[in-house]
Design a protein around this ligand. Structure first.
Ligand code: BES
Ligand code: MN
Ligand code: ZN
Length: 497
């Protein structure tokens, strides 16, 4: 991680820091100046904070920010960030943390402090995730600017408060979450020629080595032995590159307890194959491995937290390419489950990969399986970039995953899985076809997966709209958002009790 986070007592007036950030709620027309808790700081600033609030220059509206200049000693700069009237405090602090860290990085201050008095451990955790997420940057494939133009990168942040236990707990959990989150975003941002199936496999091996997990990586030969004709028909268009099924096993729970399984779609690039996509915006399809990145990121966090539960992470990774060997529309393949699939559209490849990975999951006799995939453009049309599409074969599990997403600040929305929609994927020549066309595209894709997830409780997350953003969101620049790491971790934590 690029930023190190520590905790300390809140001595706001005397603290020697290049930047002190305060998150303030809606001031609701307050004209009295600095609140008592900030009086020593106000004095250090020569009354500038009180004047600013009295004059209404800063009102604490959500995302509002105001920069005050401090003296040479104590806080040298103060940044006020508004959090409005939050319905959900943890989310508000996460947001404020991200905005503050992004501004601090732009200022080039190197280190910062954040006033966190009165925050619960959970709120500190959210704040720490926000700070790290805001400081996150992908620079691996950019030449650094010349020394003279370089600004100091933000390398450390100090969270200030008086509840040492809440701070310690919140920082530890927040850092663990931030590491997984940052890993997922880096994998997402990496170009497809660098983030290959083998690279994801190596990332899985590294996570396993760090946290004592069993790691298994299967290549084309092993997938053939398992008769994964559905996964393999996608990989056959890229014969020069070995597809990978990556399994990470975290046996943190009781021996014999059924594991929870996290599954991720890992298409390192999705050209559409023979049903090729239009050139406009095709580069965004390097993000088609964000489900896999979510699984790897979540496993990193789960390992760091040492959660007392059995968890298996499964990733199916390949690249969808048109070539002389590529699968064609009209072809029929046999999946590992024995079900025959008619390929209608080679661009509906994610479900073909996941079908066999979901069958592979059966051997674990899982307590629950949750998959995440950038599966359908239709989901972006239905829910935009705001909510993840949530579907499954078990209502209680769907509700549990929805709650986990809400708590993590990664909201999802349930879509119906009615039998009527199954008509869309009936085939004339096979047991099922891989595309139901445009109507209810997100639901028909999930119903396709359901055919292979029929032996255990299962939920599918369509993160096509939420795993990355094509516009700057203020808290997150263009690129990967870290979704669904938080949802996965929160779900597993809930199960760990
Ligand atoms: N990876 C895409 C889905 C996608 C589209 C994710 C846009 C993010 C943004 C997936 O493999 C795909 O191409 N799906 C097709 C399915 C169709 C052919 C039934 C789609 O959504 O158009
Ligand atoms: Mn596709
Ligand atoms: Zn895809």
């Amino acid at each position: 991680m690029t930023i190190s986070i520590s905790a300390g007592p809140a001595d706001l007036g005397t603290l020697d820091t290049p930047l002190l950030v305060l998150a303030l709620p809606d001031q609701a027309g307050a004209t009295t100046g600095a609140p008592p808790a900030l009086e020593s700081l106000d004095m250090a600033l020569g009354g500038a904070l009180g004047r600013t609030l009295r004059r209404g220059d800063f009102r604490g509206k959500r995302d509002e920010s105001l920069h005050l200049s401090g003296g040479d000693a104590g806080p040298q700069r103060v940044l006020l960030i508004g959090i409005g009237t939050p319905t959900e405090r943890a989310g508000a602090y996460r947001r404020a943390g991200a905005l503050a860290a992004r501004q601090a990085a732009k200022m080039g201050v190197g280190s910062m402090a954040f006033g966190a008095n009165g925050l619960s451990a959970r709120e500190v955790e959210a704040l720490v995730l926000g700070l790290s997420a805001g400081a996150w940057e992908y620079t691996d494939t950019k030449t650094p600017p010349p020394e003279a133009e370089r600004r100091a990168p933000l390398t450390s942040a100090r969270v200030l408060g008086s509840d040492a236990a809440a701070l310690e707990q919140g920082v530890a959990a927040g850092v663990a979450l931030a590491e997984g989150h940052g890993l997922a975003r880096t994998l997402g941002m990496m170009p497809g020629n660098l983030c290959t199936p083998e690279f994801l496999a190596q990332t899985g091996r590294d996570i396993g080595a760090r946290h004592g997990m069993n790691v298994t990586v299967l290549g084309r030969m092993e997938l053939e032995a398992l008769r994964m004709g559905s996964f393999l028909c996608v990989a056959q268009g890229a014969p020069q590159e070995d597809p990978k099924l990556i399994a990470l096993e975290h046996w943190g729970g009781k021996k014999g307890d059924a594991p929870v399984i996290l599954v991720g779609k890992g298409l390192c690039f999705d050209s559409g194959g023979i049903s090729i996509k239009p050139a406009q915006g095709m580069e965004w399809m390097k993000f088609d491995m964000c489900g896999a990145a979510g699984v790897l990121g979540a496993m990193e966090t789960i390992g760091r937290l040492g959660l007392p539960i059995n968890v298996v992470g499964l990733v199916g990774s390949t690249t969808n390419m048109p070539s002389a060997t590529a699968v064609k529309p009209g072809d029929v393949v046999r999946s590992m489950s024995g079900k025959y699939i008619e390929i209608i559209n080679t661009d509906a490849e994610g479900r073909l990969v996941l079908a066999d990975v979901l069958s592979y999951a059966r051997q674990y006799k899982p307590a629950a399986v949750v998959d995440a995939a950038t599966l359908t453009g239709a989901c972006v049309i239905a829910l935009g970039h705001t909510a993840t599409g949530v579907m499954g074969n078990d209502d209680a599990l769907v509700q549990e995953v929805l709650r986990a997403g809400t708590t993590a600040g990664e909201p999802g929305w349930a879509l119906p899985m009615w039998d009527d929609y199954k008509e869309l994927i009936k085939s004339d020549v096979a047991d099922i076809k891989n595309s139901g066309g445009r109507p209810a595209g997100t639901i028909s894709a999930a119903l396709f997966l359901a055919e292979f997830a029929n032996e255990y409780p299962w939920v599918h997350l369509d993160v096509a709209g939420t795993a990355y953003t094509e516009s700057d969101l203020g808290t997150v620049p263009r690129g990967p958002t870290g979704v669904p790491v938080g949802t996965f971790v929160e779900f597993v934590r809930g199960r760990a009790g």
